[in-house]
Ligand binder design. Structure first.
Ligand SMILES: NC(=O)c1ccc[n+]([C@@H]2O[C@H](COP(=O)([O-])OP(=O)(O)OC[C@H]3O[C@@H](n4cnc5c(N)ncnc54)[C@H](OP(=O)(O)O)[C@@H]3O)[C@@H](O)[C@H]2O)c1
Length: 236
């Protein structure tokens, strides 16, 4: 136990994809630092819940400090916390723009640069962003420029950071989901959302978790944007 056990930081870990990522990493015997604004303490001593808004750089500071104090290392980071606001472009407001940028982009920046500094000391690590497949196949039925602006930025940063760290033992990847059945989507929208996918169904959280775990165990894969979207990015 102890020093040998790997440690992952997962943001947006209280529900949906993030909550299932926590379970999956625990099943692989990782110790988990789990964040969301309202996350509750866990009875599992190998899960450290650190509440806080990823848009606030102080949350990033606390996440990394507490991960090192409690578990001594950080092997992986999953930047999963994110928000999605779909609207026709001119309907977006400054009140939409500020949080989507500060959570989706600011959250990535504040936390990833602190975690990467720890990984560089050890000469190893893996960083994964959860983005969206919509970046690569804009759909007039789901206008969402601010999702493309922010998550598209994360895809670009993923490739850039993968190259910056390629010889430093740190891999950087992204998973680009289609529409996944999580509390983000009301049940009455599921049929419409299922039909947006060539395979005719929504994704399950397991589809995304399996993709993250594949990337975790794929040492020759870095700079990859792995589409897990029921065929959407291939066409319609
Ligand atoms: N579901 C989809 O169809 C879909 C498709 C493409 C991409 N994605 C991406 O996948 C990720 C997870 O989506 P999901 O469907 O699992 O979302 P979800 O069910 O809405 O859950 C979002 C999680 O993020 C946390 N969160 C939200 N804002 C936060 C903030 N400012 N700081 C820290 N934590 C925050 C929430 O907990 P608190 O409320 O406690 O903070 C919750 O744990 C997101 O980045 C999303 O954009 C989802």
């Amino acid at each position: 136990m102890g020093a040998e056990q790997k440690v992952v930081i997962i943001t947006g870990a209280s529900q949906g994809i993030g909550a299932d990522l926590v379970k999956a990493y625990r099943d692989r015997n990782y110790r988990v630092v789990a964040n969301s604004r309202a996350i509750k303490p866990s009875s599992d001593p190998d899960i450290l819940a650190v509440p806080g808004d990823v848009a606030d750089p102080k949350t990033a500071e606390r996440l990394v400090t507490q991960a090192i104090e409690r578990f001594g290392r950080v092997d992986s980071l999953v930047n999963n916390a994110g928000i999605f606001i779909a609207k026709p472009f001119t309907h977006y407001t400054d009140e939409d723009f500020a949080p989507i940028v500060s959570i989706n982009l600011g959250g990535f920046f504040s936390l990833t640069r602190r975690v990467a500094a720890e990984m560089l000391k050890r000469g190893s690590g893996h960083i994964v962003q959860i983005t969206t497949s919509l970046i690569d196949h804009a759909n007039s039925n789901v206008p969402s420029v601010l999702a493309s602006l922010t998550k598209g930025g994360l895809n670009a940063a993923t490739r850039s950071l993968a190259i910056e760290y390629a010889k430093k033992g740190i891999r950087v990847n992204a998973v680009a989901p289609g529409v996944i059945k999580t509390p983000m989507h009301a049940p009455e929208t599921h049929e419409f959302l299922a039909n947006l996918h060539p395979v005719g169904r929504m994704g399950e959280t397991k589809d995304i978790v399996d993709a993250v775990l594949f990337l975790e165990s794929a040492p020759f894969v870095t700079g990859e944007i792995l589409h897990v979207d029921g065929g959407q990015s291939a066409g319609h």
